[in-house]
Design a protein around this ligand. Structure first.
Ligand code: SF4
Length: 395
């Protein structure tokens, strides 16, 4: 706290002027009264396995496996990684009968709900539904309808019998030809028209257990499409940017598009699409929700960006610590700082700190240095995690 008694007249005048400006603008604009905070739009609630989507249900994070579905062992290993970082739902592509067989083998070994992703061949959706191999079936109207109305009717009928939800997953890259012809290119309106058309068709079959996605690789088209659709329909929305890109650009584009939509109250489940491992998509998705106050914060790593003063390998230490915090479900915060310029200060604000200090690495707890090691990062990290485990279990 600044004590005005210790200040010169000039300093006092400046601070009073600053206080007056902040108070006046805050009052005029109401910026800190919470009015910008998110109010979610009302959507219907559906169930995908043990996860609810829409209504008041928490916004869930999902991802999609990248291994060939027929490689059962690799697929299971990938799903373990996805579960380990806390994904709510996993989507698995089912392109052929070998994939159906593989899905049968893993069905009971997967703890989180499964969405079967079907393109082109409605038979795959029918097999999955008949045997109850998934908790939701995603169909892409742009390519599944080619197979004929009767096949869609069969899918919908089976989904109703088995109480399995359907995701109408529209992608800008695979719109129906007549819609594409009408608009000349996959605009946001074209995407919405395709989604609405298919939703209405399925509704006419007496089925409403649906969620909808309207994805484009353009964040702007994605935002427009979801905003427009959410004004027309109250089906829960699976939000994401399709083919978003590499780890870096895809994270930025997804965070912008998903973030803007969530701020406007749109979105009931999210998927970040990256050309990177699926578990990374989950972490980015969870971080987007945490940043907007839509999900409780998990363990948090504060890391300095490093500069010429850096004395430890901040990047690799921070990544290792972050993944371990998530895997072990530890809610503590850890500052990983390259040197003592800001290291002690950040470590004071975090629960723990790992700080480069000359020829050594320092470990802090609640702002106090408690251990020092001659640049032995592995030793420091293992010491850090035994302390984290003890503190999270209350020992
Ligand atoms: Fe650079 Fe040190 Fe600041 Fe990190 S903490 S950015 S190494 S000055």
């Amino acid at each position: 706290m600044m004590d005005k008694m210790d200040m010169s007249n000039e300093e006092r005048e400046i601070i009073e002027e600053v206080e007056e400006i902040v108070n006046r603008v805050e009052k005029e604009k109401g910026i800190t009264d919470g009015r910008w905070r998110i109010t979610r739009r009302k959507t219907r609630k559906i169930r995908v396995g043990n996860i609810y989507i829409g209504g008041e249900a928490p916004i869930s994070v999902q991802t999609m496996t990248k291994n060939p579905t027929e490689d059962t062992d690799e697929l299971l290993e990938e799903i373990r990684e996805i579960e380990e970082v806390g994904a709510d739902i996993v989507r698995i592509s089912v392109p052929d009968e070998k994939s159906v067989i593989s899905l049968k083998k893993i069905r009971d070994k997967v703890k989180i709900p499964i969405v079967a992703d079907i393109h082109f061949d409605p038979k795959m959706a029918i097999y999955v539904l008949e045997d109850g191999l998934a908790d939701c079936v995603r169909i892409n109207p742009g390519n599944i309808k080619v197979a004929g109305h009767d096949k869609l009717e069969r899918i919908v009928e089976l989904a109703r019998q088995k109480d399995i939800a359907i995701r109408v997953g529209v992608n800008a890259g695979s719109l129906e030809k007549p819609i594409l012809k009408k608009y000349g290119k996959p605009t946001s309106k074209a995407i919405v028209e395709s989604a609405l058309l298919n939703v209405k068709m399925i509704e006419k079959m007496g089925f409403q257990n649906m969620k909808v996605s309207l994805k484009s690789s353009s964040p702007q088209d994605t935002i427009e499409a979801y905003l427009l659709f959410s004004e027309i329909s109250d089906y829960p929305l699976h939000v994401g940017v399709t083919e978003a890109g590499t780890r870096l650009s895809g994270t930025a584009r997804s965070a912008v598009a998903i973030g803007i939509l969530l701020c406007m109250g749109v979105g009931d489940t999210i998927r970040v699409s990256l050309a990177a491992p699926a578990w990374e998509e989950v972490i980015v998705g969870k971080r987007i929700l945490e940043s907007l106050g839509l999900r409780d914060e998990e363990g948090k790593v504060i890391a300095c960006p490093t500069c010429a003063r850096v004395q430890i390998d901040v990047m690799s230490i921070a990544e290792r610590v972050e993944r371990e915090l998530i895997k072990r479900k530890i809610k503590s915060s850890v500052a990983v700082m390259g040197c003592v310029v800001n290291g002690p200060g950040e470590s004071y604000m975090a629960d723990f700190g790992v700080v480069g200090g000359g020829s050594s690495v320092l470990l802090y707890r609640n702002g106090t240095p408690i251990s020092k090691s001659q640049k032995d990062t592995d030793k420091i990290i293992s010491e850090l995690f035994s302390m984290l485990e003890r503190s999270s279990s209350g020992r």
